[in-house]
Ligand binder design. Structure first.
Ligand code: VGL
Ligand code: ZN
Length: 214
């Protein structure tokens, strides 16, 4: 059933590439997930080709900033001995340790001066992939009257996926920025499967050409 929907949508898009569009409403916000040095080439937990998200994200950021719409940036923000680190029995090498270079948002990302930073996964004994988990992101978005959340960043198969699924669960119209995400792919196909899951749960997958700016 869903497969048929995908196919129909694909054919529709191929035939009418300019018709499927989404607008930046006044109730839209951008959430940039974990574009931190450690997740980029040269970092402790580099996403292969992770730097490819920066240029498209800068374009999205420019669009939102130009319209005065809020831009959020999440940070993986671990204490030194975090439970997700290998020496503590976790799956990952140490990464994004609070107040280190690796945890800094890439200087290549043109974040606006009024960017709203959301730190997550700061408890020593709990991991959190979602930007909504134990943060005030939901509250902040609601306080601003946001209904439509655009999400891009790193990594597709972990923090982007978890953030998108929570956003949907919380009732936001959730737009996945296909041209501004990149996955780790610990197992081949993880990112593709993550994208499928997000779409099946209701995320609208777009690329930058699909946005209407007036
Ligand atoms: C992430 C692995 C570990 C992510 C964070 O941002 O996707 N992945 N911590
Ligand atoms: Zn982490």
């Amino acid at each position: 059933m869903y497969q048929q929907f995908f196919l129909e949508r694909l054919i529709f898009r191929l035939c009418y590439p300019t018709i499927v569009k989404i607008s930046l409403t006044r109730r839209s916000a951008l959430v940039v997930v974990d574009v931190q040095n450690d997740f980029l080439p040269g970092g402790a937990l580099a996403v292969p080709g992770g730097d490819s998200v920066i240029e498209p994200l800068n374009k999205y950021i420019g669009m939102f900033a130009k319209q005065g719409l809020p831009v959020f940036a999440t940070r993986d923000w671990h204490p030194k001995q975090h439970v997700s680190f290998k020496e503590k029995g976790g799956p990952w090498p140490p990464h994004c340790v609070q107040n280190t270079w690796g945890a800094e948002i890439s200087s290549m990302l043109s974040i606006p001066p009024d960017v709203r930073i959301v730190d997550k996964a700061f408890s020593p004994d709990r991991d959190a992939y979602s930007g909504f988990q134990e943060t005030i992101l939901d509250l902040e978005l609601r306080r601003l009257g946001i209904r439509r959340v655009f999400i891009g960043g790193l990594a597709t198969d972990y923090c982007v996926k978890a953030t998108v699924l929570d956003s949907l669960e919380l009732g936001f119209e959730t737009i996945l920025l296909l041209d501004a995400i990149k996955g780790v792919d610990v197992n081949p196909g993880d990112s593709e499967n993550a994208i499928k899951t997000m779409i099946l749960k209701g995320a609208i997958a777009i690329t930058i050409e699909d946005i209407i700016t007036s």
